[in-house]
Design a protein around this ligand. Structure first.
Ligand code: UN1
Length: 512
């Protein structure tokens, strides 16, 4: 605790216990269980959680169905009241939950708090939405007829989330699903069950303040792939939302599709930024630094490829190299730290493997080495890597979940857009330019092929008000704002005949 990276900090395990208790998580749910939880800050054990079996998961689904059958009859604005109360709990416990995100996922303090703020924001959004689940009315071609559509609750929603946004991603899905009239079952990452337990405790407080929420409306299943498989395979779970790797999403998507379920997939990103000659370089530098190095490169929206025009390459890249070499790396609880640890050893090894491949291809690599290994032998801190590379080789097309920014030099917007779109993923993207034609071209049908395309800000750090997700291997799902709520409901098209005759559509006659 008194090491150079953790000056004056309390031992992680001790602080974790205190936070879990402050957040109302019962001791039995994180002590003496079978799954070990480690903090990436030190590598020490911070919990031993009991795991659900596939049988437990099947029982949870049965409870979820019963909860859904009651919840779907509660008026939507009243359902919104439960989500409003959840938002209140999150506001009241923002400091503790944010801190627990820091301890369990290794995010710096302001990002841990930011994640909880994102939860509060989506709750507020969903409360408003609970009075705006609008369907269309449609002109009928038949006299004395009216058409409309009605959005109904769809059933239990399975939510599978990743370690890097251990709590916010649940809330984007759960807040919408709950106002939509669905029940939810959450399988969090095996790496971050403690923050999930804390959110579950806050949900239960909100539910008891609400009074009369059905038992099992929101359930938590801590477990491995066998538990996830129950959610993907059970026909009683009509919607499965999964966030994580493309490898995981391919399995989930296929299994859910096999039984004609609906999946909402938010998978790997390989997000790029194009820097054009007219760009404001000071602003670009800051945007790039946050998007590429923030969260230690462990966001699905992290900037992974920088496509720079030759005219500004030498004005920008040396400055970026300096920023990379001086950025504060270390204990995420400390004030000066901008880069916390990688989640685990496997993440570190994956990063080194990618850097080796780039090196073998003749890339010029700045940074990327392990730091603080003496004081923190069981934790993995790295200097973010800036990789100047001649070509978009195979490794550049792959999402390595670590702070590696590949830099490619270009000479025209067309070439830049072709490189930009020339990867299998399609989550987020951006262009730095002050040229209106270039900005609009990038946002047009022949520009970025991603679900998110930005101008003069980096690709990460989206607000909840927009639909979040992407194309190609990113999976095509949309979560969070705009009309993403529709994926959590089923649409009924209604035709009502208020006349005394029965004209048929398309002029068909059928007189008996
Ligand atoms: C993720 O990394 O899984 O846009 C989500 C962002 C955040 C969400 C990232 N609002 O970076």
């Amino acid at each position: 605790a008194n090491s150079e990276t953790g000056k004056g900090q309390r031992p992680v395990a001790e602080e974790t216990v205190q936070l879990l208790r402050a957040l109302g998580v019962p001791d039995k749910s994180w002590r003496n269980g079978t799954r070990t939880v480690r903090s990436p800050i030190t590598g020490e054990i911070i919990g031993e959680v009991p795991e659900a079996s596939p049988e437990d998961a099947a029982q949870a689904v049965a409870r979820s169905v019963a909860a859904f059958e009651a919840w779907r009859t509660v008026p939507a604005p009243r359902r919104g009241e439960l989500v409003r109360l959840l938002g209140e709990e999150l506001r009241a416990h923002k400091a503790e939950l944010g801190r627990l995100v820091t301890l369990e996922a290794g995010k710096i303090v302001s990002e841990g708090l930011g994640e909880v703020q994102e939860m509060i924001d989506i709750c507020d959004f969903a409360v408003g939405l609970s009075r705006q689940l609008y369907g269309l009315t449609i002109a009928s071609e038949r006299p004395g007829h009216r058409m409309m559509e009605t959005w109904h609750p769809v059933g239990p929603v399975g939510i599978i989330t990743a370690f890097n946004f251990p709590v916010a991603v649940w809330s984007w899905n759960a807040a919408l699903a709950l106002v939509a009239g669905d029940s939810v079952i959450w399988k969090p990452s095996e790496k971050t069950p403690l923050t999930a337990l804390a959110v579950q405790a806050l949900f239960e407080r909100a539910a008891s303040a609400f009074g009369g929420a059905p038992e099992g409306l929101s359930q938590l299943l801590i477990g491995g792939a066998d538990v996830g498989a129950v959610l993907t395979d059970d026909t009683r779970v009509p919607v499965v939302s999964a966030t994580g790797s493309t490898r995981m999403g391919r399995i989930v998507g296929e299994r859910v599709a096999r039984r004609f379920g609906r999946s909402i997939l938010e998978l790997g990103g390989n997000n790029a930024a194009i820097v054009r000659p007219s760009a404001d370089l000071d602003l670009s530098l800051r945007g790039i630094a946050f998007a590429a190095m923030g969260t230690a490169g462990q966001r699905c929206t992290t900037l992974r490829r920088l496509i720079v025009d030759g005219a500004v390459y030498d004005a920008l890249i040396p400055r970026l190299v300096r920023a990379y070499s001086s950025v504060g790396i270390g204990d995420p609880r400390e004030a000066g730290t901008l880069i916390g640890p990688l989640i685990d050893k496997a993440a570190y090894e994956g990063m080194q493997k990618a850097l080796d491949a780039a090196r073998a291809a003749g890339a010029r690599i700045h940074g990327g080495e392990r730091v603080r290994a003496d004081e923190r032998p069981d934790a993995y801190y790295v200097r973010p890597a800036l990789v100047e590379i001649g070509e978009q080789i195979e490794i550049v097309k792959h999402e390595t979940f670590a702070p590696i920014l590949y830099v490619l030099r270009t000479s025209s917007l067309e070439e830049a857009i072709a490189l930009h779109n020339g990867v299998p993923q399609g989550l987020s993207s951006s262009i730095f330019t002050n040229d209106l034609r270039e900005a609009e071209t990038f946002l047009s049908a022949e520009g970025s092929d991603c679900g998110i395309a930005n101008v003069n800000i980096g690709p990460s750090g989206a607000e909840i008000g927009g639909a979040f997700g992407g194309e190609k291997e990113t999976g095509g799902g949309r979560e969070s704002g705009s009309d993403a709520w529709k994926a959590y409901m089923r649409r009924a098209t209604n035709t009502i005949n208020y006349s005394r005759s029965l004209p048929l559509a398309q002029g068909v006659s059928f007189d008996i």
